[in-house]
Design a protein around this ligand. Structure first.
Ligand code: CAA
Length: 261
């Protein structure tokens, strides 16, 4: 697979657009996809003419999570840490970009896909968007910031519901709960995201940067410690049989049989 093709890059005046493009896997965020995405966003970050960045996916899926195929055979926490350390750090670095970022989400934003949207500054959703952290169904937990950023976005009650039951949120619920800032018809999703990005781009760039940092400071205090705790727990779950069972069952298209060990 041509790595460049997993993420399509477009420049529209002051707006940089990175489009996840692995439709056969519902844009599952493989090691190479995230590498290509981070490279694209880093390029936009360095380009003086780009003032706002959009991350988007396809009509059926923004991204259905980290790539389970790449994780299912990781047989220990040590192996998970070695294989996924650099991968998971990409979500953190995307969250720390200085230019304003907008996630334009249609369809599934699950697991690492939801976490990628959450790492952006703003989320605009199509009416068919579905948000969720289904990792518990695989015998693990969110490992790319979900437990922290989702909780800060929607509060403890709903974050617990989503993390413990795998409950998904519709675009409407996500709007009501403050996870997304706008919901639009799927056919105008990208137009709306571009409109927002162009509006940001025509305003003061240094102030935009400062506003983003200041708002992030309000919600992200303690984030680093939370992310560390989350990541340790995520890796440790790769020492369990339930992780192996959960991910293999997904690959084999059957229901998992969890044993609690
Ligand atoms: N990883 C790898 N492949 C995936 C995938 C993922 N996260 N999500 C979907 N796919 C693949 C499927 O295996 C399938 O491939 P094949 O056609 O080769 O079998 C293809 O995409 C289409 O998927 P489905 O046939 O399952 O489509 P569906 O419409 O029946 O279901 C879905 C859609 C509900 C999103 C379902 O695909 C699903 O549950 N996906 C997994 C979601 C998930 O658990 N995400 C969390 C991953 S773990 C994680 O992200 C950890 C972290 O925090 C970093």
């Amino acid at each position: 697979m041509n790595v460049e093709r997993e993420v399509l890059i477009e420049r529209d005046g002051p707006v940089g657009i990175a489009t996840l493009h692995r439709p056969h896997a519902l844009n599952a965020l493989s090691l190479s996809t995230m590498k290509a995405l981070e490279a694209a966003l880093t390029e936009f970050e360095a380009a003086p003419e780009i003032r706002a960045i959009i991350v988007t996916g396809g009509p059926r899926a923004f991204a259905a999570g980290a790539d389970i195929g790449e994780m299912k055979d990781l047989a220990s926490g040590k192996a998970a840490r070695a294989a996924l350390g650099e991968h998971l750090a990409r979500w953190d670095r995307i969250g720390r970009l200085k230019k304003p970022t907008i996630a334009a989400v249609a369809g599934y934003a699950l697991g690492g896909g939801c976490e990628l949207a959450l790492a952006c500054d703003l989320i605009v959703a199509a009416e068919n968007a579905v948000f969720g952290q289904p990792e518990i169904q695989l015998g693990v937990i969110p490992g790319a910031g979900g437990t922290q950023r989702l909780t800060k976005a929607v509060g403890k009650a709903l974050a617990m519901d989503m993390a413990l039951t795998g409950r998904r949120l519709s675009a409407r619920e996500a709007l009501e709960r403050g996870l997304v800032c706008r919901v639009v018809a799927p056919e105008v999703l990208l137009d709306e995201a571009k409109r927002m990005a162009r509006r940001i781009a025509e305003l003061a760039p240094l102030a935009a940067r400062a506003a983003k940092l200041a708002v992030a400071a309000a919600v992200d205090r303690g984030l680093d410690a939370g992310l560390k705790a989350e990541r340790e727990a995520f890796y440790a779950l790769f020492d369990t049989n339930d992780q192996a069972e959960g991910m293999r069952a997904f690959a084999e298209k059957r229901a998992p049989a969890f044993e609690g060990r």
